[in-house]
Design a protein around this ligand. Structure first.
Ligand SMILES: Nc1ncnc2c1ncn2[C@@H]1O[C@H](COP(=O)(O)OP(=O)(O)O)[C@@H](O)[C@H]1O
Ligand SMILES: [Mg+2]
Length: 235
């Protein structure tokens, strides 16, 4: 459904991504893992249109969307939850959620979607009128994922949803994302928490130094020597 072909990209003339080939299949959970600075967030920025590639193409349902600007991609069905959540701190949890439904495709169904998001994260319903800055890290992450879901995406793009959260909350977030995938949503997720992410993935990519080092079903990747090296810095 979503395909990157030969993607080169970088910042201010410095190339960061090299010949990235990646596919996220419909109804599957695709996970990108790799150490800090590997280029994982940059790959997601190419997917969401925030980082225009200098080479290669991006396809969504076989349509070339390389030139589609970032603000039009949610209307195609690509909704992202960025690294670090990026909520509006002074707005309430519910106002932040409703902002996710700004697209034409989502606006009409906003109330239904909101009910679904509260059903998915029952813990945030009682926090609806609380300002985002007063929410716990876990609650903020749930609102951030909920906000992306408000856009009625066909593919949910998540950048390190577990970052900085307590282990119990991490498990809860992963379980919820897994449930979304079981309900049929396609998910593309970046994680540093490699093993926990691979456990719920259908397919994984290991990225290092801006290149895809390996890809395959989770069972294959978990045994990889390169993966252990990348994570535990054994040389
Ligand atoms: N906005 C930016 N401007 C310049 N360099 C950046 C920017 N964002 C990321 N980089 C650099 O690109 C490389 C990959 O970063 P990133 O994609 O954020 O990696 P990851 O998400 O895997 O930690 C890093 O060397 C980082 O310093
Ligand atoms: Mg990152």
């Amino acid at each position: 459904m979503l395909r990157l072909e030969g993607i080169d990209a970088g910042y201010d003339g410095t190339q960061i991504l090299w010949d990235i080939a990646l596919e996220a299949k419909r109804g599957q959970m695709t996970v990108i893992i790799g150490p800090n600075g590997a280029g994982k967030s940059s790959i997601l920025k190419v997917v969401t249109g925030l980082l225009p590639p200098t080479g290669g193409r991006v396809f969504f349902d076989d349509e070339d969307i390389t030139e589609v600007p970032a603000y039009e991609r949610p209307d195609l069905g690509i909704a992202a939850c960025p690294e670090g959540r990026r909520l509006f701190p002074q707005l309430t949890a519910e106002a932040n959620l409703r902002l996710g439904a700004y697209t034409l495709r989502a606006r009409r169904h906003a109330d239904d979607r909101l009910a679904q998001v509260y059903a998915l994260f029952p813990g945030i319903r009682p926090r609806a009128t609380t300002k985002a800055l007063r929410l716990s890290g876990g609650e903020q992450q749930m609102v951030a994922i909920g906000r992306a879901l408000m856009a009625s995406p066909e593919i949910l793009v998540l950048d390190e949803p577990s970052l900085g959260l307590a282990p119990k909350v991490v498990t809860e977030i992963f379980e919820t994302v897994h449930r979304l995938r079981l309900e049929g949503l396609s998910v593309l997720m970046v994680e540093q928490n490699a093993y926990q992410a691979l456990r719920i993935a259908d397919y994984g990519y290991v990225v290092q130094g801006g290149r895809v080092l390996r890809s395959g079903p989770p069972g294959e990747l978990m045994d990889l020597e390169e993966l252990r090296k990348a994570y535990f810095a054994i040389s």
